[in-house]
Design a protein around this ligand. Sequence first.
Ligand SMILES: [Zn+2]
Ligand SMILES: [Zn+2]
Length: 176
Amino acid sequence: MSWIHCNKCFLKDQNFNEILFLQCGHLLCRKCISKKCLICYKTTKYVTLPKKEIMPTMDLYFQNPINYGKKLLSILKFQFENRINLEVEGAKLFKKIKQVKENCQKVDQEIKNAQEEMRKEYLRIKKMKVFIEQTKMYKNVRKSNKDGSQDSGVHGIQTSYNTLQDTSFLLPSTVD
Ligand SMILES: [Zn+2]
Ligand SMILES: [Zn+2]
């Protein structure tokens, strides 16, 4: 660390024995130190440089910037990869949820269609039952007429039966 020098008198000391590191961030030699920093005039504490670890927040200033840059790069890489992973996996998960939601909507529509088909079938069966009953009744009336007895209701039943001659409802209904 060839750049270390007293900020006041520019004394350089490679062994760091004479240079003091002040809490304000300035470097002063033992000759230049006083109660206040002679550069910024703040009352300040100081340590000798080999004991800089007693002020861990200041330790950063003495790190090798290249090594520190590498550490910084690995931190950025690590966090970036994790963020990307989170976003990619999150997007996949979101896509799956969307797909499941769409499938649920399809199934829901299929259930509605089936219910509608059942409703139409129910009505068709109901009409068929009426048709069968009317047919039985008509045949009975015709039989009793042939036997000679008179029934005043025969004309009404005949009309009712004729209206049921459209047997298209006997075919299965189709769902729209
Ligand atoms: Zn000095
Ligand atoms: Zn200072």
